[in-house]
Design a protein around this ligand. Structure first.
Ligand SMILES: [Zn+2]
Length: 246
């Protein structure tokens, strides 16, 4: 990948950062409620909407302009994570359409991981459009770049990861259906690169979650009733493998 591609990816990451911040604020809710628009501290409208939907991002400072209530991550955190991830993907992933698909999963992953970590929810409002865009990009990439085997691998990988997690949901209490849908999304992009990255990405997610639980156990902070959000670990595991395997 050229330096220009990486520079463009970093710039896109910085530019979409405020919108990822906005999506996290709007959907980080304990239930499946409509998107949040008001500051929880003073009820001031912090997400103004215009004729094309939401037009202004939430305060980049991460605090309500009126009451200084924390309404998002500290300044630049989301933007730097987004720019860094897209830049790393641009260094490693090609062709361009596959890079775009992984970029979309990465950007959505930042939003989904942030929401899941605090609410243990993975909203369909973010998962569903991401899935549609990613499948479309991979189908076009598979046809345009004559990579039918990669495309079939992606579709089977997505289906297999979704099915595997669905089975786990049936036998364990700690997982939700959102985890299955996220697994399907990650299975798609991992499966594009083959079975080994798929298995490695899924396994690494579980290992990271287990390591986190073990750390809490050793620190004496673990309680039997505790349930952790698996989404952030699934995302980190998948992207670590993607950056190595791509
Ligand atoms: Zn406020």
């Amino acid at each position: 990948m050229t330096t220009i591609t990486v520079a463009v990816a970093v710039a896109v990451g910085l530019l979409v950062g405020p919108w990822l911040r906005t999506a996290i604020f709007a959907k980080r809710l304990p239930r499946c409620d409509p998107a949040r628009r008001h500051c929880p501290g003073c009820s001031r409208l912090v997400l103004a909407s215009g004729p094309f939907g939401i037009v202004a991002p939430v305060a980049l400072s991460g605090r309500c302009p009126s009451c200084r209530w924390r309404i998002g991550a500290p300044p630049a955190v989301i933007e730097v994570v987004s720019a860094g991830l897209l830049g790393l993907l641009a260094l490693r992933v090609h062709p361009l359409l596959v890079l775009a698909a992984l970029g979309v999963v990465g950007a959505a992953g930042i939003v989904l991981g942030s929401i899941d970590a605090t609410t243990r929810r993975l909203p369909d409002a973010i998962l569903a459009p991401t899935l549609v865009v990613v499948v479309s990009l991979l189908v076009v990439a598979g046809i345009a770049d004559h990579r039918p085997a990669h495309l079939i691998g992606a579709l089977i990988g997505g289906a297999a990861a979704f099915a595997g997690y669905s089975l786990l949901v049936l036998v364990t209490a700690g997982l939700g259906f959102g985890d299955c849908k996220l697994a399907g999304l990650l299975g798609l992009v991992l499966g594009w690169f083959g079975w080994e990255p798929l298995i490695a990405g899924v396994t690494l997610g579980f290992l990271l979650a287990a390591l986190y639980l073990l750390t809490r156990l050793l620190a004496g902070r673990f309680s039997r009733s505790e349930r952790i959000a698996l989404g952030p670990f699934m995302l980190v595991g998948a992207f670590a493998v993607l950056l190595v395997a791509a």
